[in-house]
Design a protein around this ligand. Structure first.
Ligand code: HEC
Ligand code: HEC
Length: 331
């Protein structure tokens, strides 16, 4: 009887901890961020701006400024929505896309902080609404407008004066979705979407791309210096060097990763990492690459799982039979 009471007490406190204390502590340490399925309509951005108004009211300063920001976000995303309704013409878009090639030309030259990414698969990697928003105003689209007095000074900001016509934006996006699509490997997805900022030591990739093998030490060192110079420019742009992502997929939960990539500000308010604007498909590819590099034994582990379970089942049955046979004569 006494044992039963002790057991009841232990069970009670275990359950209280499991359902009460742990989730509470977790919710306090990590605020819950809703995912939005890799759709980009500005809802999160507007909510953030509205929270800014509440804060400004509390502190009694810059309320008008905060209110103006809400209006700016609302009208920006309403314009994006309007352009999304237009029928894009891919043939016209091809000609207009020439403006993009001025920077996105594969020359590997740093422009205002990073090397403009290769856009070969931009039509599948990025969400359509996001691409529209990006051409309209890159800093607003990636939710880092707070970093700029004038969003023209974003490294891609001058696009605002080069492409000003709504129909033209719709045409460029239609062209990208038609021609810059096709099969994309997980490595290409990472290279195009993340590698201009993040290195992957385990995959021998830096902000300058895959590290070649050199015959002479001197050449290897010369390359290393170039990498350091590139990283210094990225650091000056971002305020800090973006972390190596080799094992990040094991350090962060799946939910964190997903919602962070959708909108970095939601998880790390004030962070300099821009929203990347991946489509769902694009994110799955990037994630697959992070897993391949950071957790290469995962498929093997998963394959062995059922066998381990089977072993335990067989072992339990045998142990039970053995016990029965041992106790048989004692009763
Ligand atoms: C003035 C140079 C310049 C021009 C012109 C330009 N870009 Fe960019 N683009 C950049 C730079 C620099 C980045 C990287 C910005 C960053 O990472 O913060 C970039 C990033 C991008 C990205 C990835 C953005 C993300 O958030 O993931 C896409 C997609 C893109 N550009 C498309 C275009 C398209 C389409 C055009 C033409 C309509 C264009 N760019 C014109 C410089 C330019
Ligand atoms: C324009 C540069 C840039 C691009 C592109 C970029 N990141 Fe980042 N990323 C950063 C910076 C800067 C930080 C550091 C953020 C901080 O600590 O505030 C960061 C941090 C991170 C972190 C760590 C967050 C944490 O919990 O500390 C992850 C995960 C991440 N990035 C994933 C990605 C993925 C995946 C991609 C591609 C889809 C990507 N990033 C593209 C700049 C970038």
């Amino acid at each position: 009887m006494r044992e039963l009471k002790i057991l009841a007490v232990v069970v009670f406190f275990t359950l209280v901890t499991y359902w009460g204390v742990e989730p509470f502590a977790h919710s306090q340490m990590h605020k819950h961020v809703e995912g939005h399925g890799f759709t980009y309509n500005g809802e999160a951005d507007i909510k953030e701006a509205e929270a800014g108004v509440v804060k400004a009211k509390e502190s009694g300063s810059k309320e008008a400024e905060a209110q103006a920001k809400v209006e700016a976000k609302k009208s920006f995303w309403a314009d994006v929505e309007k352009i999304a309704q237009l029928q894009g013409n891919a043939a016209n878009g091809e000609a207009a896309f020439a403006t993009c090639l001025g920077c996105h030309n594969g020359s590997g030259v740093n422009m205002g902080g990073v090397i403009p990414p290769n856009l070969d698969h931009a039509g599948v990697l990025y969400d359509k609404n996001y691409l529209i928003a990006l051409i309209k105003d890159p800093a607003m689209a990636s939710n880092v407008d707070h970093k700029y007095e004038d969003t023209m000074t974003h490294p891609m900001g001058s696009i605002k004066t080069m492409v000003t016509d709504d129909q033209q934006i719709a045409d460029i996006v239609a062209y990208m979705q038609e021609k810059m699509a096709g099969e994309v490997t997980s490595k290409q997805a990472f290279d195009e979407a993340c590698a201009r900022c993040h290195a992957m030591r385990y995959a021998k990739t830096t902000q300058l791309g895959d590290t070649p093998t050199f015959k002479y030490e001197k050449d290897a060192l010369a390359h290393k210096i170039k990498v350091i110079e590139e990283q210094e420019m990225v650091k000056a742009y971002m305020g800090k060097l973006p972390p190596d992502l080799s094992i990040m997929i094991r350090a962060r939960s799946e939910h964190f990763m997903e919602t962070f990539v959708e909108n970095p500000q939601a998880q790390l308010p004030g962070t300099s990492m821009p929203r990347v604007g991946l489509s769902h498909e694009g994110y799955e590819k990037v994630k697959a690459y992070l897993e391949e590099v950071g957790d290469p034994s995962k498929p093997a582990r998963e394959a062995i799982g059922p066998w381990v379970l089977l072993f335990f089942v067989v072992f339990t049955v045998l142990a039970y039979l053995w016990k029965k046979s041992q106790w048989k004569d004692l009763h």
